[in-house]
Ligand binder design. Sequence first.
Ligand code: 5RP
Length: 223
Amino acid sequence: MNDKQAVALEAASYVKDEMIVGLGTGSTANYFIEALAQRQQQGLRVTTVASSTISMIKAQSVGLTVLGLQQLSQIDLYVDGADEITPDNTLLKGRGYDLVMEKLLAKAAKQFIVVADKSKLVPHIGQNYPIPIEVMPFAWQAAKRSIEAIGGTGELRPNVAKDGLCMTSHGSLVLDMRFEAGLDAHSLNAALNNIPGVVEHGIFAKLATTILIADQGQIATRV
Ligand code: 5RP
């Protein structure tokens, strides 16, 4: 069992009977979906809501019931991976690019458990990846200029497979923007939240309630 599987299995043990569980997107989240399906086979009753079409298809393929967010009045638990995790538990997410649903679920859930291996630990946000910023298609140039005015540099994310631009399932474009080293993620979070045309971005500040980090089979828990 690799570290992503181990941490996903640990997160599945947090699910209680009759919970409504949000499903993240990515390889670690996929392992969680499989672990949850196994618990369902052992008698656990669970309903899920997916953060992306990919995780919805994955969940349905292993027999989980997936409802839409609009059908639910509450979410008990959301489990998702992250691309970067800082010492103060700020996250960078969005390599899978469906940021809006991921942040909606992270915010709506009573508990948000982040599952990751040690490779995701960084001293500051933006260490390994640019910040993904989802923008309305007709406003991308205006939004990009506003982001450049606060120190960002970058481009629209390409869709290499289709020889075009990457588009989210909601029809938005994604700007991958870098900022100078040592940026304050909380100020940047607030600044990005205020730019018209920005639908959502990949900085998840003060949202995780529990972070599970796997390192060579050992799981460390941060709360
Ligand atoms: C998707 C995400 C993923 O959770 C993140 O990319 C981690 O992926 P993986 O578990 O495959 O390492 O934020 O938008």
